[in-house]
Design a protein around this ligand. Structure first.
Ligand SMILES: Nc1ncnc2c1ncn2[C@@H]1O[C@H](COP(=O)(O)OP(=O)(O)OP(=O)(O)O)[C@@H](O)[C@H]1O
Ligand SMILES: [Mg+2]
Length: 634
């Protein structure tokens, strides 16, 4: 095997016992892990007894691709996947023996369960807590306990009786678990917690899997949480052929319980572990390394390591100052077009941002300029539920007689107790009388409470139709008149994780609409976007758009790190302010995100700053100030 430096070679050659590779971005950690699998097989270890854990399914797919040329067909026999998928496999195998059966609970049902529990008590819901807690906060709390391996009983034992809500949280957790068990359902975190208890309480079962997985390898180890760590540790015994690679500078899942200290103090757990520190980055040009190092250096309490560049200086990173997010997208796409004229392909480019709502301006531009793109890990902007709801309102307002599908979408949004059966009645009426759905809605003989709700709906639409105003303002009015935001928060919870909120998408929709003075033009534009953006195939030769979180472990020739403004990166919900100014010490995880984003770039890195975003004035990111040398202004 070629192309490994001395440290990498040492890691690849490590055979038995625990070993930890800790190193900065692009230093070949994933490469070492892949090569080590090949080396183990070469030494006679059967592929089936190797367990390799990656952070995402996409990463597992890429690792399988990299392994194929090294080990050929053996790759199919490897156990390769996320820790969740490994746990689920174990659970299913054991359930086959016991005859147990569980079904995975999707997010919609998870939210339903929690909403019922938080609702006031009633005949069908005697245990209702009557508690005005955000659904996503409730689910976040439950998930956090599970990733810390805290069961409802354990939580109840440790709560502080002085804290009023502690009992409610305990009850919430108990009810949620009971309800789930009753319906034989499992949520995402259960895959871990169930597996943990299965293995820790059944020595014979544990021994079986310890026999099976003789060599365990874990990538992106800095983002391992407690539950995952305990499972891995158990499985690795007694030989402890455990090989982990990671970078505490890139730990970005603290909000989901990630414990970078596991990698930093690996030797506390395994005093005989070999610890290998790599120091050379092979990915990025020297300018990119220097600039990203100068940012991450502002974090204290980090494992001290060097990241030096293997590659020559190359092109300097470029800072782009834009007047707003439209202009930012315009500048980015123009640069892409120029580089494509010089022979680059769409797939060479990645546009990274902190929150999903930021994809909108880039999507609009890419479609306008006819450049193929994919969004990794999220629907396209105009395919997101809340955006589709508001667009359906706009269509109804524009032409209620011609937009039956739109009306059907929003008649019960927010909830008006006008469900599917009612909609069918209206449809029947329309067909029998040869009239439109909208007119039938007015004419239909409904139960009094339904009639009342229908009239409310009609009044809102008529009120909106009577407004002679801009599309942007109309969206504002829809949100207010229907109290859509409150409903959405109740339905979905306020937070989508990673700082994403659905409300941000609505604000972004208003920004998009602000470019149009009349509703028809805006709706025509949306229709064009809808017809062009359904591109689910992630393997196409296309510009890749994703959040920084999603970009972990990946690399691209050209990276645009967008929205380098205080409030976006660092994100306002993840840092602390004093007198309106960000406290730099509170930015550690956001700084790591910035580092992850910057170090995805091989040859060219652009950092763009919009002076205004969604109509608000933005300051340049604090991370610009921290850079040794300002990026070159482009
Ligand atoms: N010794 C080497 N010689 C040449 N290229 C190398 C060498 N080591 C790694 N590379 C290349 O450098 C790039 C980064 O490697 P890799 O993705 O394994 O780094 P990493 O440490 O896992 O990065 P990250 O921290 O972002 O996950 C890859 O393109 C890889 O092929
Ligand atoms: Mg990697």
């Amino acid at each position: 095997m070629t192309s490994l430096n001395a440290g990498q070679q040492q890691a690849v050659d490590h055979m038995d016992g625990p070993c930890c590779v800790i190193a900065g971005a692009g230093s070949g950690k994933t490469r070492v892990l892949t090569y080590r699998i090949a080396r183990l097989i070469e030494k006679g270890v059967p592929a089936e007894s190797i367990l390799a854990c990656t952070f995402t399914r996409k990463a597992a797919g890429e690792m399988a691709e990299r392994l194929e040329p090294l080990i050929g067909r053996e790759a199919d026999l490897l156990n390769l996947g996320t820790i969740h998928s490994m746990c689920y496999r174990i659970l299913r195998e054991e359930w086959r023996n016991t005859g147990e059966e569980y079904e995975l609970l999707n997010e919609y049902w998870q939210k339903r369960f929690v909403k019922d529990i938080l609702a006031p008590p009633g005949p069908k819901n005697p245990d209702g807590l009557n508690w005005d807690l955000d659904v996503s906060a409730a689910l976040g709390f439950i998930s956090h306990q599970k990733n810390e391996l805290i069961t409802p009983e354990m939580f109840r034992k440790k709560i502080n009786p002085e804290i009023m809500d502690a009992y409610r949280y305990a009850r919430l957790y108990e009810l949620y678990e009971a309800r789930k068990e009753q319906e034989r359902k499992l949520d995402f975190d259960d895959m871990l917690i169930r597996c943990y208890y299965l293995l820790s309480e059944n020595p014979a079962i544990l021994a079986k899997y310890q026999q099976r997985y003789k060599y365990i390898l874990v990538d992106e180890f800095q983002d391992t949480n407690k539950a995952q760590w305990e499972i891995i540790r158990m499985l690795a015994e007694p030989e402890n052929n455990l090989f982990v690679v990671g970078d505490d500078w890139q730990s970005i899942y603290g909000w989901r319980g990630a414990r970078p200290e596991y990698i930093v103090s690996f030797q506390d757990w395994y005093p005989d572990a070999e610890v290998i520190v790599l120091d050379t980055n092979y990915r990025c040009n020297k300018h990119i390394i220097d600039l990203s190092n100068s940012v991450i250096r502002h974090n204290t309490d980090q494992f001290p390591k060097v990241v030096q560049a293997h590659r020559p200086a190359g092109k300097e990173p470029i800072r782009m100052n834009a007047s707003d997010e439209e202009h930012e997208a315009e500048m980015v796409i123009q640069e892409i077009q120029t580089l494509m004229k010089n022979g680059m392909e769409p797939r060479d480019f990645a546009i990274l941002y902190r929150t999903n709502a930021q994809s909108r301006a880039f999507e609009d531009r890419l479609v306008k300029e006819n450049i193929p793109y994919v969004i990794i890990g999220s629907a396209g902007f105009y395919g997101r539920k809340e955006v589709k709801d508001i667009i359906a309102y706009l269509r109804t307002v524009y032409d209620p007689d011609g937009n039956e599908e739109a009306i059907k979408r929003i008649l019960n949004v927010p909830t008006r107790f006008l469900g599917r059966v009612f909609i069918q009645q209206v449809e029947m009426h329309a067909i029998q009388n040869g009239t439109s759905f909208w007119k039938s809605l007015r004419e239909i003989h409904a139960k009094p409470f339904q009639k009342e709700r229908v009239n409310e709906f009609i009044q809102i639409i008529e009120f909106l139709r009577g407004q002679n105003t801009t599309p942007e303002h109309l969206i504002q009015l829809i949100r207010e008149a229907t109290e859509y935001d409150d409903w959405l928060k109740r339905e979905e919870g306020d937070s989508e994780g990673e700082g994403n909120t659905r409300i941000e998408n609505l604000n972004e929709l208003q920004s998009a609409a602000s470019r149009y003075s009349n509703l028809k033009d805006f709706l025509d534009f949306v229709e064009m976007m809808e017809s062009r953006t359904a591109q689910p195939d992630e393997d196409r030769n296309a510009v890749q758009l994703m959040t920084i979180h999603r970009s972990k472990g990946l690399e691209f020739p050209v990276v645009f790190l967008a929205g380098m403004a205080n409030g976006l990166l660092p994100h306002k919900n993840s840092v602390q302010y004093m007198d309106g100014i960000i406290i730099p010490e509170s930015c550690a995880e956001e700084r790591r995100l910035c580092y992850v984003g910057m170090t995805r770039a091989k040859d060219l890195l652009y950092l763009s700053y919009p002076e205004t975003y969604q109509g608000k004035t933005m300051e340049p990111s604090i991370f610009f100030e921290e850079m040794d040398k300002p990026a070159l202004c482009g």
